[in-house]
Design a protein around this ligand. Sequence first.
Ligand code: DQA
Length: 137
Amino acid sequence: MKIIIINGPNLNLLGKREPEIYGAHSFDDYFKVLQNKFSAIDISYFQSNIEGEIIDKLHEVGFTYDGVILNAAAYTHTSVGIGDAVKATETPVVEVHISNVHAREEFRHQSFIAANAKGVIVGFGLKSYDLAIESFL
Ligand code: DQA
């Protein structure tokens, strides 16, 4: 089984960025934890701060991989283009958020991805990614 985690803007700063919201671990460190925990699965990881690169990656993997775990971060709430890419591709996408976006500012309640996602997991910290992987098993 081939799964990719795609993280959007500012998630490269996990561990340093607003740790009271996003926690103290870098994603690179957490990715190793995920790879060990789910060693039977081929999990890869891509992060970009650039909307078009996220769209390109969805096109690249979206017809061959078994699953995409997408935390589009701020683009979740703004990007028709990423939403359209999720709709245009065949691989099931699980939308993930570390924080509970529904308990935060109103602009974070909107998602351009959710309507075309297989499911949405929000608010469990980095464990949201574990739950997303488990949803494909
Ligand atoms: C986030 C929530 C978004 O609203 C925010 O812009 C992020 C991270 C999360 O994982 O909680 O950058 O996607």
